[in-house]
Design a protein around this ligand. Structure first.
Ligand SMILES: [Zn+2]
Ligand SMILES: [Zn+2]
Length: 216
């Protein structure tokens, strides 16, 4: 199943232009089976949207994004009370902070921390090696070559799973990048296991076709 593993709604993410009503409407219109909501240190929209989306047959995957001195991370867990302990800007989690039923994704690693203002530097990988399950190699806002190549290198170095997510703050950007997960995906727990087992395939939009010289 193809799932966008990185999205933002308002009011929980004040930087997002996607209202809860628009989020639901987009999912229904596009036949979305599952989508991950990963607001900045705030799971209140997850709590509101889960039943509303379920009524439309859409599974909401629970995550929260945190910004740290090492960069931005998305924590996935089926335990909403655990997720609600995270803040938009905070210290980087250490090994031992993340329970067995949760997974940590280092999002847009080469782009640095969105809210912490931290920059990526080589060697950072070692600081987070013990705690990372996955690296977001395709982020809808950071598809430049250096960000993708940088993220791919980090993922390879860490032996981490690779993910894709739109990081959408507008409905038009939803599913710009996404992650292929092994079926079935019935819950957030299934996504956590897929990340832990490195059974994810990241996708980004196909590059625009290069014109073949002479044909046009
Ligand atoms: Zn971010
Ligand atoms: Zn984000």
């Amino acid at each position: 199943m193809n799932v966008d593993l990185h999205t933002h709604t308002r009011p929980a993410s004040d930087c997002s232009h996607i209202s809860l009503r628009e989020y639901i409407a987009w999912c229904v219109e596009h036949g979305v089976e599952a989508v991950a909501l990963t607001n900045h240190g705030d799971v209140s929209d997850n709590r509101t949207l889960e039943p509303a989306l379920a009524a439309e047959g859409v599974l909401l995957i629970h995550g929260v994004e945190i910004s740290t001195l090492f960069g931005d991370f998305v924590v996935f867990s089926p335990d909403m009370d655990f997720l609600s302990t995270f803040a938009a800007v905070q210290a980087a989690p250490r090994a031992g902070d993340i329970p067995q039923d949760a997974a940590l994704v280092w999002v847009h690693p080469a782009a640095g921390g969105g809210r912490s203002g931290s920059a990526y530097y080589p060697g950072l990988d070692r600081m987070v090696a013990g705690v990372i399950d996955a690296v977001e190699v395709f982020n809808g806002n950071w598809l430049g070559e250096r960000y993708v190549t940088g993220a791919e290198q980090i993922a390879a170095q860490l032996g981490a799973a690779r993910t894709g997510g739109s990081d959408a703050h507008e409905t038009g950007r939803l599913m710009a990048c996404y992650t292929e997960l092994p079926d079935p995906v019935r819950s957030t727990a299934d996504v956590v296991v897929a990340l832990q087992q490195r059974r994810t395939i990241p996708h980004r939009p196909e590059a625009p076709r290069k014109r073949r010289f002479g044909l046009f």
